[in-house]
Design a protein around this ligand. Structure first.
Ligand code: NDP
Length: 493
């Protein structure tokens, strides 16, 4: 951003260039293999299906690697390997021993943090500062936290007899590939289950690198199996008769399909699905702090966040100054190369997701909402979308009802806290919400009435392995994190 400033009389104004110098993260320490196999029974295997697919860097559209596409036979082999490892090894491994493996995994993740952060950004498009400061440290924290529980399950659930369920099928999305793998694997292993993990088609690389870490930690063969592929691989996995528990994070549509498939099967199921969170700003809120929270709530990870604060509900009396400040702040967001440490908003994860965002934004404009996007240059190659805010949004608009899963905020107003609660709850979802106010009593009052699994107060998008996370209504059921998350992997008779 160049700017003119006045200097001494008679002299031309000096031009100041306020832009940061580029600060790209090095990639030479990350070894991306040309092709990847499936991790089954402790060995990397070529797919029996004979199929492969390419995974790309969404910021450049360059092909990074060729990845195995697991078919039904591969899924079957992985489930059988998990079952054998459960029967022969893992169900006989004490909690103390299981904890040792989890601690090892956590520590190796910390040691190899930079490699994981760079690979996550290359494969997913998220800014390196987020992979480095959020995804990877939180993934390690999940393994540390659950390592702590592995030998204390009797104390976590006093008066019950906690026993593992058996083989867990875990299907994860593309928005937090490593972190979601950690959210799924750590409690399952701590509780004594074995696993077949299915990473998302567009972002398999950090899950596969995690597979190498599991081998480095000498986790017994078959305790974790990784089958890459597309939706069909996930569908084959969850429907497999040898699976005792299914944990899914992804879209509500697929979550419903899985629930139908599993009905009557006796398999345990947890679903963590979409959201359309309300971020509520009351008239006594500290506005500058709230603006930072709104920015973090929706533009973090390009808005590819199930709990993103995608609906801003602002009290009418402060709406004008707040939206003005928000737009000024949006203009300072740096969009571009995700590997640049200055970047705030990286690449959209895939062409398909970009198409979906563009379609929903076009619907908002057609409905009559007013759109604002700060001026910014977008790279020529790759998938990009400018940070966007809509004002003049009615509750009936699609942009106020549907999950956009992109850097797009819809602003609505309210007059009283009651109206805010009514509007916030007026969606099929119920994953998260935020409340900004000066008064603790108002926070407690609103938090109790918001139908959302997580309510943040004067902050947003904070995650901690000790804290249960999950939704109501079409955002799914079951919790991940904390003792509640652990319970989902245990039979508690
Ligand atoms: P999906 O629900 O299709 O993907 C989530 C995971 O499920 C992926 O691993 C996917 O594989 C797999 N999968 C797809 N179909 C099936 C199936 N029939 N049975 C079992 N597993 C399956 O989400 P999309 O990637 O298609 O994203 C679409 C929308 O979903 C987004 O725009 C967003 O609104 C929402 N979403 C929400 C997420 C959340 O965290 N709540 C996360 C991701 C998306 P594959 O990737 O190979 O298709």
């Amino acid at each position: 951003m160049a700017d003119e400033i006045a200097t001494a009389p008679g002299r031309a104004p000096a031009r100041l260039d306020w832009s940061y110098a580029p600060a790209p993260e090095a990639t030479d320490h990350v070894k991306v293999r040309e092709d990847y196999g499936l991790l089954i029974g402790g060995k990397w295997a070529a797919p029996l299906s004979g199929s492969r697919f390419k995974t790309i860097n969404p910021a450049t559209e360059e092909v990074l690697a060729s990845v195995a596409e697991a078919g039904e036979e591969d899924v079957d082999a992985a489930v059988k390997a998990a079952r054998a490892a459960y029967a022969k090894t893992w169900s006989k491994t004490s909690g103390t021993e299981r904890a040792k493996y989890l601690y090892r995994i956590a520590r190796i993740l910390q040691e190899r943090a930079r490699e994981f952060a760079v690979l996550e950004t290359m494969n997913g498009g998220k800014p390196i500062k987020e992979s480095r400061d959020v995804d990877v440290p939180l993934a390690a924290a999940h393994f540390f936290y659950h390592a702590g529980w592995a030998d204390k399950l009797d104390y976590a659930f006093p008066g019950r007899r906690p026993r593992p369920l058996g083989v867990a099928a875990q299907v994860i999305p593309w928005n937090f590939p490593l972190l979601m793998a950690a959210w799924k694997l750590a409690p399952a292993l701590a509780a004594g289950n074995t696993v077949v993990l299915k990473p998302a088609e567009t972002t398999p690389l950090t899950a596969l690198l995690l597979g190498e870490v599991l081998q480095q930690a000498e986790l017994p063969a078959g305790v974790v199996n990784i089958v890459t592929g597309a939706g069909q691989t996930g569908a084959a996995l969850v429907a497999h008769g040898g699976v005792d528990k299914v944990a899914f994070t992804g879209s509500t549509e697929v979550g419903k399909a899985i629930q139908r498939t599993l009905a009557g099967s006796g398999k345990r199921l947890t679903l963590e699905l979409g959201g359309k969170a309300a971020n509520i700003v009351l008239d006594d809120a500290p506005i500058d702090q709230a603006v930072e929270g709104i920015i973090n709530g929706i533009y973090f990870n390009q808005g590819h966040v199930c709990c993103a604060g995608s609906r801003l509900l602002v009290q009418e009396s402060i709406a004008e100054p707040l939206v003005a400040k928000l737009k000024r702040r949006m203009a300072t967001l740096r969009v571009g190369d995700p590997l640049d440490k200055n970047t705030d908003v990286g690449a959209i994860n895939s062409r398909a997701q970009l198409d979906r965002i563009e379609e929903l934004v076009a619907s908002g404009e057609a409905d009559g909402a007013e759109v604002y996007q700060p001026p910014c240059e977008l790279p020529e190659r790759g998938f990009w979308f400018r940070p966007t805010v809509f004002t003049g949004v009615a509750q009936s608009y699609r942009i106020a009802q549907e999950e956009i899963f992109g850097p797009v905020l819809s602003v609505l107003t309210f007059r009283t806290p009651d109206e805010a609660v009514q509007k916030a709850n007026n969606t099929p979802y119920g994953l998260s919400a935020g409340v900004w106010t000066d008064k603790g009593s108002r926070i407690l009052d609103l938090a109790g009435r918001l139908r959302a699994g997580v309510v943040w107060a004067n902050t947003f998008n904070r995650f901690d392995p000790t804290s249960p996370f999950g939704g109501y209504k079409e955002s799914g059921f079951g919790r991940e994190g904390g003792r509640h998350g652990l319970a989902a992997y245990l039979d508690l008779t």
